[in-house]
Design a protein around this ligand. Structure first.
Ligand SMILES: NC(=O)c1ccc[n+]([C@@H]2O[C@H](COP(=O)([O-])OP(=O)(O)OC[C@H]3O[C@@H](n4cnc5c(N)ncnc54)[C@H](O)[C@@H]3O)[C@@H](O)[C@H]2O)c1
Length: 308
């Protein structure tokens, strides 16, 4: 069996495990053109965030049975055509969920306590203006989660520890399941938006969720609200978010994912009341190793099961 690891973002620990079972080739990165040329040799490929696997690649994948994504997003793979060809596509959605939940809180606290601008102020040696950096506590505030899956739930558990009241909007999760984490289900998105002091989105990017948070939704939030997005950029209308921040419709935002990455032309770059990170929610030492090991295990389990 031949396995191709298409990019160097896949941590070596998983690659070493694969090498114990398969003939493994590794590349630092693999363009679509290269993949079209070489894919015919491989039974499985392990990809990370950057490898694109469109139909043109899959059409040439004569032996390919499995695509394992070390990580969550599968936007770069033509899933429909892979299914048609009987090629199994798997990812490791649990592997970086804790890391994303922790960054969600990192952003929440950074915005609530103005940590980034306070740090720049201290370094500027311009004086000792403490009142300008007065923040707010999270304790006693209402956190509204949009999406209550792997990451939403982990954020809720952490919010409980902070003494926040947690409400969630997710049409696909029943109230009883939310209650187990002390979370109150809200049936209407608008109701969650107007009730929350912090709104945090944790939905997948689909046709339905694209731009689900725009001018209308920001208009329903409290002027004191903090908005956090650590899911996918296109879930939020970024221009509307920038306008809402500028016009004081909301107080601040913490953003890890952008409509265009890198967000070179984003209006968010000009604003002070927003803390920005470069889509690093799922990138910690632990998560990167976990993603790689789990992707390797997916490949091993797949071929072990198909032998028996
Ligand atoms: N920032 C990062 O580095 C990073 C890393 C990993 C995952 N993510 C992203 O985080 C998001 C959440 O990941 P997850 O693992 O929790 O996914 P998940 O599939 O476990 O949970 C998503 C939840 O959203 C709900 N949902 C779907 N459509 C909805 C809608 N229209 N309204 C409300 N809820 C809806 C689903 O029912 C589900 O419970 C994804 O977009 C994922 O790509 C980001």
């Amino acid at each position: 069996m031949k396995v191709l690891v298409t990019e160097n973002g896949v941590h070596p620990c998983g690659v070493e495990l694969l090498k114990k079972h398969f003939d493994v080739d590794c590349r630092d990165s693999t363009s679509v053109e290269e993949l079209e040329r070489i894919i015919g040799e491989y039974d499985a490929i392990v990809i990370q965030a950057f490898t694109k696997v469109p139909r043109s690649v899959l059409e040439k994948a004569e032996k390919l049975k499995l695509i394992a994504r070390a990580g969550t997003g599968l936007e770069h793979v033509d899933l429909e055509y892979a299914k048609k060809r009987g090629i199994v596509v798997k990812n490791t959605p649990q592997a970086n969920a804790v890391s994303v939940a922790e960054l969600t809180f990192g952003l929440m606290i950074a915005v609530a306590r103005k940590i980034v601008s306070a740090d720049a102020y201290v370094r500027s040696r311009k004086g000792w203006d403490r009142p300008s950096y007065k923040g707010i506590e999270l304790f006693g505030k209402t956190l509204g989660l949009i999406g209550f899956g792997n990451i939403g739930r982990l954020v809720a558990v952490r919010a409980n520890a902070f003494g926040m009241k947690v409400v969630a909007y997710d049409p696909f999760v029943p109230a009883g399941e939310m209650k187990q984490t002390g979370v109150t289900r809200i049936g209407e998105l608008d109701e969650l938006l107007s009730a929350s002091d912090v709104v945090s989105v944790h939905v997948p990017l689909t046709d339905e969720t694209r731009h689900m948070i725009g001018a209308e939704q920001f208009g329903k939030m409290k002027p004191t609200a903090i908005f956090i997005n650590t899911c996918r950029g296109a879930v939020v209308d970024e221009a509307a978010l920038a306008a809402a921040l500028k016009e004081g419709k909301i107080a601040g935002a913490g953003i890890d994912a952008y409509e265009e990455e890198p967000p070179l032309n984003s209006p968010l770059l000009e604003l002070e009341n927003v803390v920005l990170t470069p889509h690093t929610g799922g990138i910690t030492k632990e998560a990167v190793e976990r993603m790689s090991m789990q992707a390797a295990e997916i490949v091993i389990d797949f071929f072990t099961a198909s032998k028996s």
